[in-house]
Structures are given as structure tokens and as C-alpha cells.
Design a binder for this molecule. Structure first.
Ligand code: ADP
Ligand code: MG
Length: 268
């Protein structure tokens, strides 16, 4: 279980609140009314079979896709649109500008199955890139920050290595450091260990566990059931574009819904 860094007030806004989220790609209705609330400083693990809409849901939170229906709020602020007062007491929804969307997205860090590091840059340069080019941070300051984040993921000795000189697990840890360097409030992980050789999974999960221990708010899509049991505050099982079952990590040992029981039998 993660512990919150500061004592959040009882009225603290949810980090993420999704209400009746729908997403269709043309005729393909992928998410069919997903509700989810994530409290600050907690870890939510999303489980579910391939094609159930898990990645789409994370991509919606991070505005890599646009909603077909429903509402997502991040730290109390609705994403993607704002309500504008019209004449005579009417109001309407207006799509946010790219700049406003970029500001909303800056609260979120995302780590994908494929690490997508820049191959021609060292670990250090990969982590410095966004602070320098997006945040316009001074290079010296960005370098110090990148060193700190790489040390945090256990790669303080690999600063000048290129991605091709690093193992998959090390590359994924650089990707985590790169996301952390942007000082996100919430980290989204989409099957961060699925592309790794089995012997490299543990080092990445270890970094994620220490982030959780530091109080980071995290939403993690993974098939790592052990991680879910030990680290999750909340477990969500999705299938067919809906949340089928959700609860504390104990639901993994005592699933109620047949579809969740079947799924667990296949992944364990
Ligand atoms: P999961 O991550 O649970 O495996 P996804 O969210 O990736 O599921 O995909 C759910 C469904 O949506 C799949 O049928 C997938 O093919 C479809 N899908 C995802 N992204 C797109 C897209 N950009 N265009 C069309 N279909 C998509
Ligand atoms: Mg996926």
C-alpha cells in the first residue's frame, strides 16, 4: 500500500474522476460507460483481457484520444472542454485550445509498453530533453534534475549510455525517469513490463513500487497480479469496455464475477 506524502484533507479532489466515459472508433464502441475515481496518493491497477479498452481509457485521461461521451476530471478540472457562459444565462461547451490541453496534460506522466527513447541520445539526454525544450529549463538545471531522476530509478551509473547499450529493463527505467523529470502529479503506466524478458520485469516493478511508496498517484495497466496484490490500493477489472468488478486488492483472491474469475485463472 502506498502512503500519502502529506495528509490530504477529507475534501481533497480526486486525482482522476471518470464518469460514464464512452469511446467509439467509428462503429466500434470500445468504452461503454466507465466510471472510476482515483484518490490522490493511491495506486489503481487496471486488469483485463486484451481488447477490453484499458489502453484507450488511459489515452483518454492523457488526451491522446478525445472522448465520445462522459466526463473526465483531473484534479477537479474537466479535461478537453470548458463551459462558457453565453447570452441570457445559457452556456455551452468549448473545446480547449492546444495550449490549454498541453497545460492539462502536464499534470500527467505516461509510460508505455514500448519505451520510445531517442536512440541517438544518451540516458541523460533523453531525460533532459523535455525539461529543456518544453519547460525551457536552463541546461545545467535540467542536467541536475535528470541525474537526480536517473539516480531515483537506479541508473546513476548509466547516465552516458545510449539506449542500445541498455537492457530493456534499464531502458524502461529511463522512460520512467523521463516522465518523472516533468514533475507530474499522476503517473499512467500502460503494461510497462509486457515487452520485457521475464528476468527484467522485477527491476521495473521495483521502481514503480518505490514511486508508490513515495506517494505518487498511479494508474497502472498490467498483468502482474503479484504487483497488483502488493501495491494496489484499488483494483479494477475491465472487460468489454466496462468495469466488471472493482475493490481493494483482496478482490483478486476473492473475485465475485465469473468473467473476473475466468480471467484470473488464465493469467495466474
Ligand atoms: P486493451 O488495451 O485493453 O488491450 P485497447 O484500448 O487497446 O484495449 O483497444 C480496445 C479496442 O479498441 C480494440 O478492439 C482496438 O482494436 C480498438 N482500438 C484502439 N485504438 C483504436 C484506434 N485508434 N482506431 C480504431 N480502433 C482502435
Ligand atoms: Mg493495451
Amino acid at each position: 500500500m502506498s502512503t500519502s506524502p502529506a495528509t490530504p484533507s477529507a475534501a481533497a479532489e480526486p486525482a482522476v474522476k471518470a464518469v460514464q466515459v464512452h469511446k467509439a472508433f467509428g462503429d466500434l464502441h470500445v468504452l461503454k460507460g466507465v466510471d472510476l475515481t482515483v484518490a490522490p496518493g493511491t495506486v489503481t491497477v487496471i486488469l483485463g483481457p486484451s481488447g477490453s479498452g484499458k489502453s484507450t481509457f488511459l489515452r483518454l485521461i492523457n488526451q491522446l484520444e478525445t472522448l465520445t461521451g462522459g466526463v473526465i476530471e483531473v484534479q477537479g478540472e474537466r479535461i478537453g472542454v470548458k463551459r462558457v457562459e453565453g447570452k441570457n444565462g445559457t452556456s455551452y461547451l468549448q473545446t480547449l485550445t492546444d495550449k490549454e490541453i498541453a497545460r492539462q496534460r502536464s499534470h500527467l506522466g505516461m509510460v508505455f509498453q514500448r519505451f520510445n527513447l531517442f536512440p541517438h541520445m544518451t540516458a541523460l539526454e533523453n531525460v533532459m530533453e523535455a525539461p529543456v525544450h518544453v519547460l525551457k529549463m536552463d541546461k545545467r538545471e535540467a542536467r541536475a534534475l535528470a541525474v537526480k531522476e536517473l539516480e531515483r530509478v537506479g541508473l546513476g551509473e548509466r547516465l552516458d549510455y545510449y539506449p542500445a547499450q541498455l537492457s530493456g529493463g534499464q531502458q524502461q527505467r529511463v522512460a520512467i525517469a523521463r516522465a518523472l523529470a516533468m514533475k507530474p502529479d499522476i503517473m499512467l503506466f500502460d503494461e510497462p513490463t509486457s515487452a520485457l524478458d521475464p528476468e527484467l520485469v522485477g527491476e521495473v516493478l521495483g521502481v514503480m513500487r518505490s514511486l508508490a511508496d513515495d506517494g505518487m498517484t498511479m494508474i497502472v495497466v498490467t498483468h502482474e497480479i503479484g504487483f497488483a496484490k502488493e501495491v494496489a490500493d484499488q483494483v479494477v477489472f475491465m472487460d468489454g469496455g466496462v468495469v466488471v468488478e472493482q475493490g481493494g486488492p483482496e478482490i483478486i483472491d476473492h473475485p465475485k464475477e465469473a468473467r473476473f474469475q475466468d480471467f484470473l485463472q488464465h493469467v495466474l
